[in-house]
Design a protein around this ligand. Structure first.
Ligand code: AHG
Ligand code: MN
Ligand code: MN
Length: 339
């Protein structure tokens, strides 16, 4: 009988991939695992909001109810802070990065984390899957000193680990440390993640395209042309359109079934909408590790040099062949590469 390892066992088994390891990264992933379970519990209660109270209300214990994205942010920040395993955190929910400097020892930690604590937040109220995205780097400034902006503004190709949690019909944690992508499904009865999707791979080609097509009129011409290509009657087309509106969920489906996700620039969002550091780069790292591809429509996502913490970029990501075809349409309009 095949042994189904738990995430806890898997983390320990995989520590051997890292030379000179001190177990710091393992402890970091363990903390994310723990926070994921806490957030999962809260996400699953979201439908009870009319009974338990809305954000801003005071509950029966006199505690103020938080919005779920604020709550998820607090849980991930606190879990990483309390266990003193990172030296800095940047989050979608915080204007600036946070320096962890509880005591001198904590600042000897070498990793920084960037996080989108709750992705797809507009889907919470309607019982549709949401997620969490995280990205891990080794700091570049000297250990033992407070972290600096440059520790966070690293190219995606420097990521040490990245992953997401999808709070879906079942809750999964999917991550990579640069040795492929593995997916773990939570057994909620006992609170344990099991390795359910070992070595996840994007099909090389696919038939699903995911884009907010309501913005069509505002898209660059290359994207419009590509969408017409997707819809054209040919032997394997028209493709199927699927758009959940939670990047995590759209990515997860496309990785399993084969597909492409696009969030291009538009006249409404001239630099795109998604954030380079805690949405696109972690997903791009996962995509490449799973045999897929990710770019801004022109160049590799992981080679973009970040300039700001909350920087936005256009995002094309998914099955390798599909992304390549989309890029070939973009190539016809080289001026649109300068967004
Ligand atoms: P967030 O909830 O973290 O702000 O992210 C939402 C993102 C992403 O998950 C999703 O794919 C996209 O925004 C949806 O945007 P549109 O509603 O513009 O399509
Ligand atoms: Mn998001
Ligand atoms: Mn978010």
């Amino acid at each position: 009988m095949q042994k189904h390892s738990t995430l806890g066992e898997f983390i320990i088994d995989n520590q051997k991939h890292f030379k000179y390891t001190t177990g710091e990264l393992s402890r970091l992933i363990n903390s994310i695992r723990l926070a994921a379970k806490v957030v999962n519990h809260e996400v699953n209660k979201a439908g009870l909001v009319d009974i338990l109270g809305h954000a801003g209300d005071t509950n029966i214990q006199g505690e103020e109810q938080q919005k779920l994205d604020v709550y998820a942010n607090t849980v991930f920040m606190q879990t990483l802070k309390n266990r003193q395993i990172v030296c800095g955190i940047a989050s979608e929910e915080e204007d600036d990065f946070v320096t962890i400097s509880g005591n001198d020892e904590s600042n000897m930690n070498k990793y920084v984390v960037l996080i989108d604590p709750l992705d797809g937040s507009s889907n919470i109220d309607v019982n549709v899957s949401v997620g969490t995205i995280f990205s891990v780097y080794r700091r570049v400034t000297e250990s033992g000193t407070p972290v600096q902006l440059e520790d966070f503004l690293q190219e995606g190709n420097k990521q040490v680990a990245a992953g997401y949690i999808v709070y879906g019909t079942s809750t999964m944690l999917v991550y990579t440390t640069g040795h492929g992508v593995n997916g773990f499904t939570l057994n909620p009865a006992i609170g344990t993640f099991y390795l359910s999707h070992p070595n996840m791979m994007f099909p090389e080609n696919g038939k699903i395209y995911s884009i907010n097509e309501g913005n069509y009129i505002h898209f660059p011409q290359g994207v419009k042309d590509y969408l017409k290509y997707c819809q054209k009657e040919e032997e394997d087309r028209p493709y199927t359109s699927r758009y959940i509106g939670s990047l995590v969920s759209d990515f997860h489906r496309n990785m399993i079934k084969g597909g492409i996700y696009l969030y291009p620039t538009s006249s409404k969002a001239p630099k795109g909408k998604l954030r380079l550091l805690y949405e696109c780069n972690p997903m791009a790292f996962l995509a490449e590790q799973a045999g897929g591809k990710a770019s801004d429509g022109y160049k590799r996502m992981l080679d973009i040099k970040p300039t700001e913490l909350h920087q936005r970029v256009p995002f094309f990501c998914g099955s390798k062949k599909m992304v390549e075809v989309a890029e070939s349409f973009m190539e016809q309009y080289p001026d649109d590469a300068n967004y």
